[in-house]
Design a protein around this ligand. Structure first.
Ligand code: ZN
Length: 125
């Protein structure tokens, strides 16, 4: 399998979703990413649980759970990676892919950590 380096992957953060949906000049109903017009975001709230529905290029929307964690410097939002159930600040989209996962990519040196395949496959196969 080709090694996905961080530089080649689309990087999703809670801030990016926020910026896309709150950008100046955005038209109502235009929930696309501020750079990638083929990606759109919708917020979903069910029983006080927040998720983002991320849709890539017309594929099935992917529900990404959001968790808000209180830290000493304030609240911080994290995604719950559906591949490995880890709490992550960043999720990635492989080149040409449509599923957001952490892929256990190491954001410091951009080399996949052990266990990447396991995250890639995820609970649904
Ligand atoms: Zn993961």
């Amino acid at each position: 399998m080709q090694r996905p380096f961080i530089e080649n992957c689309f990087c999703l953060t809670p801030k990016r979703v926020d910026e896309s949906l709150n950008r100046i000049g955005r038209r109502i109903g235009d929930n696309t990413d501020f750079e990638r017009k083929d990606i759109r975001y919708d917020y979903e709230e069910v029983n006080d649980e927040y998720s983002i529905l991320a849709t890539v290029a017309g594929n099935e929307p992917q529900r990404v759970r959001l968790e808000t964690i209180e830290t000493w410097f304030g609240e911080r939002q994290y995604f719950l990676c559906e591949g490995c159930n880890a709490r992550r600040h960043k999720l990635f989209l492989l080149p040409g892919g449509h599923i957001f996962r952490c892929f256990k990519l190491d954001t410091r040196n951009s080399i996949p950590r052990p266990g990447m395949e396991e995250c890639l496959i995820g609970p649904e196969g």
